[in-house]
Design a protein around this ligand. Structure first.
Ligand code: ADP
Ligand code: MG
Length: 242
């Protein structure tokens, strides 16, 4: 279980999140909604251990282990994954190599996947996302379209198969076809990885055409103001976030 307990978070001395409690059990799909600037990405970054984030109070527990102070790579090793809202371009870093190194860093030495075998595996994953094979030769996110960047985040998810995945607005900036490809692929991942716990951050209701969440939470001004199920979404549709 990924457990967030009484979390209070600051950035540069300014309080951004307060009183955050959230429990994500294996196999559960949670959706976090909220208006722009409510602190959704800050929560995602706090979970992953982003260096800008100052945790002032509270705990993040991953399968019983306190990771509140762990660096991001340790959290990744323990099975946490974040798909960024704004993936960064990394010139000079080949996508295939990046993914292989990321995958292998999670495995014990004797299980590491050799280059040839990994590329074979990657070819299948690329096809899964409607990406061409030579896409893996490009540099990480460099010159990628918005849709390609988001697909690359899902490609990482496919390769890393974490225990808990956080998707920060993976749906935003996608056209209808890419949205369909990305979330149909994501659903296939969930079918294969029945124990993956998921936190999907969004403010569009379009995502509910693809994702059927177990729980929905609403974040406003850094505080979770509502917890429930799909009924909350219907309410937001009618009244907005007011
Ligand atoms: P959301 O993802 O819900 O749109 P964010 O988590 O990105 O919201 O931002 C929440 C608040 O934190 C905003 O007021 C934003 O300006 C502020 N914030 C986020 N990152 C930083 C930063 N690096 N420095 C200062 N303020 C920040
Ligand atoms: Mg955000």
């Amino acid at each position: 279980m990924l457990e967030i307990s009484d979390l209070q978070v600051e950035i540069e001395g300014k309080k951004i999140l307060d009183d955050i409690f959230l429990e994500i059990k294996p196999g559960e799909i949670h959706v976090l909604m909220g208006p722009n600037g409510s602190g959704k990405s800050t929560l995602a970054k706090a979970l992953m251990g982003h260096p800008d984030i100052g945790v002032k109070r509270g705990k993040i527990i991953l399968d019983g282990e306190d990771i509140t102070k762990s660096p991001p790579d340790e959290r990744a090793k323990k099975g946490l994954f974040l798909a960024f809202q704004y993936p960064v371009e990394v010139p000079g870093v080949n996508l295939a190599n990046f993914l292989r190194i990321a995958r292998n860093s999670l495995l014990p030495k004797e299980k590491r996947i050799p280059v040839f075998k990994f590329r074979e595996l990657l070819r299948k994953k690329l096809a899964f996302l409607d990406l061409e094979e030579n896409f893996m030769e490009r540099n990480l996110n460099e010159g990628f379209s918005g849709g390609e960047k988001k697909k690359t985040e899902i490609l990482q998810l496919l390769v890393l198969t974490p225990k808990y995945a956080i998707l920060d607005e993976t749906d935003s900036g996608l056209d209808i076809d890419s949205l369909k490809t990305v979330f149909e692929s994501f659903n296939k991942i969930l079918k294969n990885e029945k124990k993956m716990g998921v936190l999907i951050i969004t403010h569009y209701k379009k995502i509910f055409d693809y994702i059927k969440p177990d729980f929905v939470h609403v974040l406003k001004n850094g505080v979770i103001c509502e917890n429930g199920k799909m009924d909350i979404v219907k309410k937001i549709e009618k009244q907005g976030y007011r």
